[in-house]
Write a protein that binds this ligand. Structure first.
Ligand code: ADP
Ligand code: MG
Length: 711
């Protein structure tokens, strides 16, 4: 095989040519031999097994059966005629059905002769049928050359229209493998191959396209999945190593006056063990010379805010400023008020900057940031504006990060002003702490954020009563209203939340307003006061309504999901979620986290119509079964796949060709383990036995910084 064999343009492959090359390129993105070789089958038709009719189970399976046609008839129906054959083996009978080419079939099918049929089965009650089976007489079947497992490649309408059928692609793969003579360069080390008993790369490629049986296919797929995940991990981990070695951070060497005073005099409660551990982890990061880039995961109500505050005090103790950003104005306000209260009489200066901060105040804030007299800035995206420059920003904290993109996070890096720690003209970025209440299974998180460090608060403050969650149908609404009234009588407050999905905003808005009206009728003035908050209101009005609820002036809060994140009203003990079937699991869990914050027993009531999809049912059952955010995250991941998880885009884990980060979690862990160890033992991939890895890595890594570090 020539050295650049795999880089050959696909048009040169026998059987392709310029026209097909163009179609392959536009439809499947295939430009080179390499691309074609890495177009893996989506599935395989397994013709290694022969099924008995009494072994058939469900609709949708592709099966191969030996038997005889004992009877043939034409059935007339409103929608047209069909040809039906009764097909028998020694265990039972089933039907073969034709809608097309009935005449030809009728004339050519032979009764009472052994056939091998292959096709997809449908089940109707206890009868199985197979429409348009592939038919082969048993004696021809035995004589012919069998494809054991037939690969089925991804296809598009245009491909088939242009005659590039599955058969054609299969032929092209065959041609390519033939020309290559199977001499594919190995890409993992001999040690790994041996330890994991992996197929060689050549064997894997051959067997993924033309497996002889399930075992060989499984081995081929394992090898290719491992390789794919291994190289992604290798990249992520080396990025992290580089960051730790190359990106300097401000060392916060002392734990000073502010931190200690707060800890001794102002901390309103005992920290949980998890909070203490996380603060320790953060302190260790901040005390080193490297920049901290840490993700703090903690379920709703686990107490992330106090961790944020104490980290900011560390910054201030070391002569730096800090900022805390929240995704909404309501949240920023709440953080501002909360921190102010926590700081009490301590001499820390704190300001709030949001879209609705007045111009004059804004100017003062800008000035005080630049002259360093302002210690902490709390705000929304407004903090990211160009004009906002710090004297020396040492720590930036982002709350509920899924609302912030990576690009925005990186803007924070350049806000430091001209810090005293500047070295050789390179400005040092602030430490970054990202807090999220969207739990992700830990192993997956490590893989997704391979270049971030992760801390987890996995414990709720003591004395919390778990929220009781129930599912109620709309038809039971009166009972639910009755329950709400009882709770309000006890002095509690209630959220009623409506969905707001961007695409159907107008409809959702109407639902909210209709709901508001009926609630106003059911809970009339002056006995009941109702707040309403939704996205179409001005932010002052929102804040006003929210404030009334926070102060306890209103008993009911009717809202869209704007209250989803962070809002803290400990006296609110009931969360009603309308059209709960329309919410995703993590959103339901977030909403539920708004209650159960006080000492009282809290409730979450999921209201739905009577028609529910299977997924919706699973979501509701999961919510009523457990309060554990990590468990919920696992179910969510299974239902939705990882597409919506933050970080998946950047990590490259979404563009996987063969592995699946959810289903192949085990392989992912193995790959990560090997990648970590490899870089530990041979950080620069210099050992001769790691040469294959070094070569492959060089090909893959477009990021010069990483390669620069390795070589
Ligand atoms: P989240 O992690 O959702 O941001 P918060 O920081 O808002 O959680 O904390 C939720 C509530 O728990 C707040 O009222 C906070 O004062 C309280 N809290 C936090 N830590 C503790 C603790 N160790 N003991 C008791 N209450 C705590
Ligand atoms: Mg919070």
């Amino acid at each position: 095989m020539k050295p650049n064999f795999l880089q050959t343009p696909i048009a040169y492959l026998k059987g392709v040519g310029p026209n097909r090359a163009e179609t392959l390129q536009t439809e499947l993105g295939i430009q080179t031999y390499h691309d074609l070789l890495h177009l893996y089958p989506n599935r395989y038709l397994d013709k290694t097994q022969y099924y008995k009719i009494n072994q058939l189970k469900d609709s949708g399976a592709d099966v191969q059966i030996m038997g005889k046609i004992v009877h043939l008839k034409t059935v007339e129906q409103k929608r047209g005629k069909r040809l039906v054959a009764t097909f028998m083996d020694d265990t039972g009978e089933m039907e073969l059905v034709w809608f097309r080419a009935q005449k030809w079939m009728r004339e050519n099918l032979r009764l009472n002769e052994p056939y091998v049929v292959f096709g997809r089965i449908n089940r109707y009650g206890s009868t199985f049928s197979m429409p348009h089976p592939e038919m082969e007489l048993l004696k021809e079947h035995q004589a012919g050359l069998k494809i054991a497992m037939q690969p089925i490649y991804p296809s598009t309408e245009k491909l088939s229209a242009k005659g590039i059928t599955n058969r054609v692609i299969s032929k092209l793969q065959q041609q390519l493998l033939l020309e290559s003579k199977g001499q594919f360069q190995e890409t993992v080390s001999g040690a790994i191959l041996e330890e994991l008993k992996l197929f060689s790369r050549a064997d894997a490629l051959l067997n993924v396209h033309f497996p002889k049986n399930q075992e060989l296919l499984a081995k081929a797929r394992f090898r290719l999945k491992f390789e794919e995940l291994f190289y992604i991990q290798l990249q992520l981990i080396s990025k992290k190593i580089i960051r730790k070695q190359k990106i300097k951070g401000f060392p916060f060497e002392k734990v000073g006056h502010n931190f200690n005073t707060f800890f001794e005099k102002h901390l309103p409660f005992e920290l949980t063990a998890a909070q203490k551990r996380v603060i320790k982890e953060i302190r260790a990061d901040l005390g080193s010379n490297a920049q901290m880039n840490r993700l703090l995961q903690g379920d709703v109500g686990s107490g992330k805010t106090i961790v944020a505050l104490m980290s900011m005090l560390l910054a201030i103790d070391n002569g730096f400023q800090a900022c805390l950003m929240a995704p909404t104005e309501i949240l920023a306000n709440q953080h501002y008020n909360g921190l102010k209260e926590l700081l009490g009489k301590m001499e820390i200066t704190l300001e709030l900057l949001t879209g609705s901060t007045k111009k004059s105040e804004r100017r003062t804030i800008h000035e005080r940031l630049q002259n360093g007299s302002l210690h902490i800035l709390v705000g929304t995206h407004a903090v990211l504006e160009e004009k906002v420059q710090f004297h020396n920003l040492g720590l930036a904290i982002v709350d509920e990060q899924h609302r912030f993109g990576v690009a925005q996070r990186s803007k924070l890096w350049h806000k430091g002003g001209s810090p005293p720690g500047e070295v050789g003209g390179v400005s040092i970025p602030p430490h970054v702490l990202v807090m999220t209440a969207t739990p992700i299974p830990r192993t997956l998180a490590m893989s997704l954020y391979g270049d971030l460090d992760i801390s987890v608060i996995d414990e709720l403050p003591p004395g919390r009563k778990p929220v009781k969650t129930v599912h109620r149908y709309d038809s039971n609404r009166l009972k639910v209203f009755h329950f709400i009234k009882q709770e309000i009588k006890k002095g509690r407050q209630v959220y009623i939340v409506y969905p707001l999905i961007q695409e159907s905003e107008a409809v959702d808005y109407k639902d909210l307003m209709d709901g508001y009206e009926s609630i106003s009728r059911e809970f009339p003035l002056p006995d009941y006061q109702i707040s309403i908050v939704h996205g179409r209101m001005k932010s002052q009005d929102k804040d006003y309504e929210m404030a009334r609820f926070v102060k306890g002036e209103t008993q009911l809060m009717v809202a869209t999901t704007v209250i989803e994140v962070g809002v803290n009203v400990p006296n609110a003990s009931v969360m009603i979620i309308e059209s709960a079937e329309r919410f995703g699991l993590s959103q339901l869990h977030q909403l539920r986290g708004r209650v159960g914050r006080g000492a009282e027993q809290s409730y979450c009531i999921l209201m739905t119509g009577s028609k529910l999809s299977e997924d919706a049912r699973t979501r509701l059952q999961t919510m009523t079964r457990t309060n554990d955010g990590f468990e919920i995250a696992e179910v969510d991941l299974r239902l939705r796949g990882p597409g919506d998880l933050m970080g998946t885009q950047q990590s490259g884990l979404l563009n996987l060709k063969i592995a699946d980060i959810v289903k192949d979690n085990q392989i992912l862990n193995t790959a990560r383990y090997y990648a970590v160890n490899l870089l530990k033992e041979d950080p620069r991939l210099e050992k001769p036995e790691n040469l294959p890895i070094r070569k492959q890595f060089a090909k893959m890594v477009k990021d010069k910084a990483i390669w620069g570090y390795i070589s």
